[in-house]
Design a protein around this ligand. Structure first.
Ligand SMILES: [Ca+2]
Ligand SMILES: [Ca+2]
Ligand SMILES: [Ca+2]
Length: 332
């Protein structure tokens, strides 16, 4: 009985002594990753453009630190669903992506930047970058921004291929510990139509920002009104959106629960109320005092010259006074 217990304690002690070494041996001295971001602008809609970033990351947690000198990226996509928008707008040299110096810095050297056939079939973004600075030991930064065009509804099937390699200054391969790609689904286009006028304006109704937010709060699409206040904004079909109209000097207006089920939805007409010159979404004494302090000043423009007639005057003051006490966003 006693003997058994002792041998158990001994084995346990030996195991405990071994554990930290085993853990040290298994944990690498560095961690590298390639990250394709989720959509950073635009919406994944047929006939529409949207962007994603590609970033590289290295973290060293021991010395000597390992440093990155270059990367060769193979990023596969489904060309039936998305196409790459040519970054240099020159079809003669094929299709390029926008190279970012966020990781390699100002001495970035572009060896290859081409949309071409992947090693194992399919279409790929192929990017080979190096730099002439010191090896990069601890950094996360962008290497490219890709502008995609939606061609048809379906999954874009982005994939960082195993042929993707990172290298150090000795020409040795640096293991890529992880890759991250977003699941992007291109959907059919839906359109939200409407009209936003501005109270008292002397310069037309153009230039008001129209922003469509998803139910999660992210910006899905953005546009500006035409001179008559009309707008058309393209969003993924089948979603529910909050649409907001924003113009300097005016209280915001918004329509929530816009369900885009048909090809287009018209949310109608609204008039923005002016006077919020400090942009706190409230017309109060601070705005009135702000206008009075600049009274008769020409050439100030938005937001204090609310009506846009070129000078801060009585008309701006009465617009603000007439909306005294109101706060936005007003419902559309
Ligand atoms: Ca080109
Ligand atoms: Ca205000
Ligand atoms: Ca004015």
């Amino acid at each position: 009985m006693h003997k058994k217990r002792w041998s158990f304690v001994l084995v346990l002690a030996m195991l405990l002594a071994l554990l930290p070494q085993a853990a040290t041996a298994q944990s690498p001295n560095y961690y590298t990753s390639i990250i394709v971001s989720d959509i950073t602008s635009g919406a994944p809609v047929v006939g529409n453009a949207f962007t994603t970033d590609v970033s590289l990351s290295i973290v060293n947690n021991a010395t000597p630190a390992l440093g990155i000198m270059g990367v060769e990226l193979w990023l596969r996509f489904d060309p039936a669903i998305v196409e790459v928008d040519d970054a240099d707008n020159n079809p003669a040299n094929g299709t390029q992506v926008h190279v970012s110096t966020g990781f390699f810095g100002p001495s970035t050297v572009v060896a290859v930047n081409q949309v071409e056939a992947c090693p194992g079939g399919g279409q790929c973004v192929h990017l080979v970058l190096t730099h002439t600075g010191a090896p990069i030991t601890n950094r996360t930064g962008k290497i490219a921004t890709i502008t995609w065009g939606g061609m048809a509804a379906g999954p874009a099937n982005l994939e960082v291929l195993a042929e993707t390699v990172v290298a150090d200054a000795n020409g040795d391969e640096v293991r890529v510990n992880s890759t991250t790609v977003p699941a992007i689904n291109v959907v059919e286009a839906g359109r939200i139509l409407g009209k936003v006028e501005r109270q008292g304006t002397q310069v037309g109704h153009g230039g008001t920002r129209i922003i469509a937010y998803s139910s999660g709060g992210g910006v899905v699409a953005e546009t500006l009104t035409n001179a008559d206040g009309s707008f058309e904004i393209v969003v993924p079909l089948g979603g529910t959106y909050l649409v907001q109209a924003v113009h300097p000097g005016y209280l915001k207006a918004q329509r929530s629960g816009v369900y885009v089920v048909g090809a287009s939805v018209n949310i109608g007409w609204t008039v923005l109320r002016g006077g919020d010159i400090n942009g706190d979404n409230n017309v109060n004494i601070l705005d009135i005092v702000g206008i009075i302090n600049r009274f008769n000043t020409p050439g100030l423009g938005d937001p204090v010259d609310i009506n846009g007639d070129g000078v801060v005057n009585l008309f701006d003051l009465t617009i603000a006074a007439g909306n005294f006490g109101r706060f936005g966003p007003l419902s559309w």
